[in-house]
Design a protein around this ligand. Structure first.
Ligand code: HAM
Length: 424
């Protein structure tokens, strides 16, 4: 017997209800982003591997152990994008969109990371990414956070998420902090967990993110990043907080947020929920003022974030999603009636824009009516021998009254408009 082939581990199938949930979140995001004047762009799923090595950072978890990289037939090393910011920076550079201009852009689509799958963590997951190019003030950082807050309200989850922000300073302040941290931990390296000991060599700031209790205890006496943040970044952060206060956006300053990608400076933030267990970060981002230059462009301030659609969708799992069922279910008996019903349904879609599901194949009228009922449609159109002989279509309301009339096909659009309360 042939073996059943299943989806690759960590890759999710989206059944209709789940897909509808994703779509609804995306629709709200699209609407809110439009309110702030953001434009959608399309980016490739595959990029050159060295783009991520260079921009995301060769000592990050993402680049070290999570990328899906392969050589193509031309022996070029390519990678399924693990995130969207690096590709977006490549895109704005390549199309000359970063030079002396400001851009508010967003994208959506799948990202790929070889992580250990669990609830809320997948190897293919969808993000909506939002990136602002060419704006340096704290006002644009604030705009992004206001936009997120508006989206949470639109989705009705504003009470379940909280905003955590931090400033990690400029490159020089991070280097100074990193050196102080290494000096402090080097003396105590035998008390560190194995992963953190390795990071001491490669990416010391990531040790702050460690979940190991003994490491966290050790860190309580370590130098604090806050004390190394340069004056300008500090001012930027205070101005950002002042805008958030004025706009009444609640936040919590969390000095532990350092983020898992190397490109950040100054503002970093995460939106977190307690309702998803361990994978509670639904959205994360910050400033990345050095990236455009790192790819050969002029120095260009940038800030952005990405939200995880899969995690957001999990927050709505207990709410039924409106299935995309038809408003009208069309049944027919006999070959001639079936042919005619196809034509009538086409005419009605054209004239009224209503959603019509046509019963396919044969079947007794009673069985077809059962399907009409189960479909959730509000109206059944019936074309059986009697109707065919009389040159009419029967129209039965399936919910409430079960009222039935007969109408000539030409009058159906008008009759249906009345039922569905459509204006002409
Ligand atoms: P990130 O924090 O790596 O940032 O990912 C953003 C969001 O994607 C996370 O908060 C989470 O909701 C979702 N996410 C990440 N990994 C997974 C996974 N394995 N399964 C499900 N969801 C996941 C970035 O990707 C940056 N590019 C964000 C950014 C844009 N920064 C500036 N601009």
């Amino acid at each position: 017997m042939s073996q059943v082939i299943k989806a690759v581990r960590g890759m999710q199938d989206l059944l209709p209800e789940k897909k509808a949930r994703f779509r609804r979140i995306e629709d709200q995001a699209r609407r809110v982003l439009g309110q702030y004047g953001y434009q959608e762009v399309g980016l490739p799923v595959i990029e050159n591997t060295h783009l991520f090595n260079r921009l995301v950072g060769s000592t990050t978890d993402i680049v070290e152990k999570e990328m899906y990289s392969f050589n193509d037939r031309n022996d070029e090393s390519l990678t399924l994008r693990p995130e969207g910011t690096a590709g977006l920076v490549r895109f704005v550079n390549e199309h000359g969109l970063a030079f002396n201009q400001t851009q508010r852009l967003w994208y959506t689509g799948p990202m790929f990371r070889y992580e250990r799958p669990q609830k809320g963590r997948y190897r293919q997951f969808d993000q909506i990414g939002v990136e602002c190019i060419g704006m340096q003030g704290p006002d644009i950082d604030a705009e992004l956070l206001l936009l997120c807050a508006r989206l949470w309200r639109a989705l009705g989850i504003e009470d379940q998420v909280r905003l955590e922000i931090n400033s990690i300073g400029d490159t020089a302040s991070r280097q100074a902090f990193s050196a102080a941290l290494v000096e402090f931990l080097n003396d105590r390296s035998d008390e560190l967990d194995e992963d953190s000991r390795r990071r001491l060599e490669t990416n010391p700031m990531r040790i702050l993110d460690s979940k190991v209790p003994t490491t966290q205890a050790l860190l309580s006496g370590a130098p604090r990043l806050k004390d190394f943040v340069d004056a300008q970044s500090q001012q930027h952060f205070e101005d950002l907080c002042a805008i958030l206060d004025a706009a009444k956006v609640e936040y919590h300053v969390n000095p532990k947020i350092v983020r898992g990608l190397d490109y950040y400076n100054r503002t970093v933030f995460e939106w977190v929920t307690d309702s998803l267990g361990a994978q509670g970060t639904i959205c994360g981002g910050g400033r990345y003022d050095g990236l455009v230059e790192q790819l050969g462009g002029k120095p260009t301030p940038c800030v952005g974030f990405a939200l995880g659609l899969d995690r957001l969708a999990l927050m709505f799992e207990d709410r039924p999603e409106e299935a995309a069922t038809a408003q009208i279910y069309a049944v027919s008996v006999g070959d001639q009636a079936r042919r005619e019903m196809m034509v009538v349904a086409e005419m009605l879609r054209e004239e009224t824009g209503l959603k019509i599901q046509v019963h396919t194949g044969s079947g007794k009228l009673k069985a077809q009516m059962k399907k009409a009922d189960a479909s959730g449609a509000e109206v059944a159109l019936i074309l059986a021998e009697d109707e065919l002989a009389a040159g009419v279509v029967a129209l039965r309301e399936l919910r409430g009254t079960a009222h039935q009339t007969t109408v000539v096909a030409g009058d159906l659009p008008e009759a249906l408009r009345k039922i569905f309360k459509q204006d002409r």
